[in-house]
Design a protein around this ligand. Structure first.
Ligand code: AMP
Length: 218
């Protein structure tokens, strides 16, 4: 199963991509997580992209494409993958399409998570992440068992630099400008499904599962 998940910041894209990866036993390929790992480890790539992440701006296409295609080369992607946060620009979509064709693969479903602006802002201001293992928490709906400590690896959880209000607004603007035409492309090919993402994690996960089953059954 090869799935792409679309959704604005705060739509639950990371959480639901991880659930889908777990359900289908395929890797969760998140470009945001990959970049944050590079930044945390101060790799050459990390230093190149840090400024873009801090400002909530997109990393240039050639850098993103190269990183994603290298990841898709790994053995664990042979049976499928969940792409989270990619493609995000027209240049990325075209490059991905060519790469997928070149490998004789096809995309099975594009899930578009829709969320109201009010829910989006609420979720982002309460979101915390583990800088080591990327686990995601919500201070009210999904807090860690021990205050401010990651359940999975025991590291102190943090607020993402780009979840601060000024950067959220920039990320939203950038997302809206770019995403509509990309979704149109997948819609015209009968691959996109919209799912209401305002509900609880369980409700949204159920909605996504149903939508993918309907899409892939024809
Ligand atoms: P995310 O965790 O998906 O919200 O991504 C966090 C940040 O990483 C974005 O605001 C961008 O700076 C960068 N990023 C992630 N994915 C991409 C992409 N496909 N193209 C360009 N920049 C990206």
């Amino acid at each position: 199963m090869r799935i792409i998940v679309f959704g604005p910041p705060g739509s639950g894209k990371g959480t639901h991509s991880a659930i889908l990866a777990n359900t289908y036993g395929i890797p969760h390929v998140s470009t945001g997580d990959m970049f944050r790992e590079h930044v945390a480890k101060c790799t050459k790539l990390g230093m190149e992209v840090e400024g873009y992440l801090r400002a909530g701006k997109y990393v240039p296409n050639d850098i993103v494409n190269r990183m994603v295609f290298e990841r898709l080369d790994a053995d664990d992607c042979k049976m499928g993958f969940v792409l989270d946060g990619y493609p995000r620009t027209w240049g990325q979509l075209i490059a991905l399409d060519e790469e997928i064709k070149r490998r004789g693969w096809k995309i099975d479903a594009v899930v578009n998570l829709r969320v109201s602006e009010e829910v989006m802002i609420k979720r982002l201001s309460a979101r915390r992440v583990c800088p080591k293992c990327n686990a995601i928490y919500h201070l009210i709906n999904m807090p860690p068992k021990v205050d401010e400590i990651c359940d999975v690896c025991g590291t102190a959880i943090i607020q993402r630099e780009d979840d601060k209000p000024e950067v959220i607004k920039m990320r939203l603007k950038v997302y809206e400008e770019e995403s509509s035409s990309l979704l149109k492309y997948y819609r015209e090919r009968g691959l996109a499904v919209d799912v209401n993402a305002d509900g609880t994690v369980e409700e949204v996960a159920m909605g996504i599962k149903k939508a993918i089953e309907e899409l892939t059954s024809h």
